[in-house]
Design a protein around this ligand. Structure first.
Ligand SMILES: [Zn+2]
Length: 137
């Protein structure tokens, strides 16, 4: 299951951060999610609760930060940011009802568009208390 391996990767990154920064307690994990990342939020949260416990990192909250779509033209290099439509962008099996991705560069009209980072799914930050913070309470 795709979400299960994501939950493991997130927990691993989180545990490394805990060790590297001496965090006593992780409160939030900030995730950067591209507009074409195929991630089922509910499934991931559910699995993450279990996996996080196995990794001994408590029960941090997952915060999903959805990124806008970036389009770059391979012909003229023009770049723009496109706000996702309410129904999301269309991906064959992920969201068949969504709006189609833009097909043309709005600067030169070429159809050679690429979407850098559109499928990204990254841990952007781990927030928590250090041992010092906790001692100060
Ligand atoms: Zn162009």
């Amino acid at each position: 299951m795709h979400e299960y391996s994501l939950a493991c990767s997130i927990s691993e990154i989180c545990r490394d951060t805990v060790n590297a920064h001496g965090l006593a307690n992780v409160e939030r994990i900030i995730l950067a999610v591209g507009p074409l990342a195929v991630v089922h939020e509910e499934t991931l949260c559910f699995l993450f609760d279990e996996v996080a416990e196995e990794y001994g990192i408590g029960r941090p909250e997952l915060v999903f930060v959805y990124q806008p779509l970036r389009a770059r033209c391979r012909c003229c290099g023009f770049e723009e940011t496109i706000e996702p439509p309410e129904s999301g962008f269309r991906e064959i099996w992920h969201n068949p009802e969504g709006a189609p991705l833009p097909a043309q560069c709005s600067s030169c009209g070429a159809t050679e568009l690429e979407f850098p980072g559109a499928s990204r799914f990254d841990v952007e930050g781990v927030e928590g208390e250090t041992a010092d913070d906790a001692a100060g309470d």
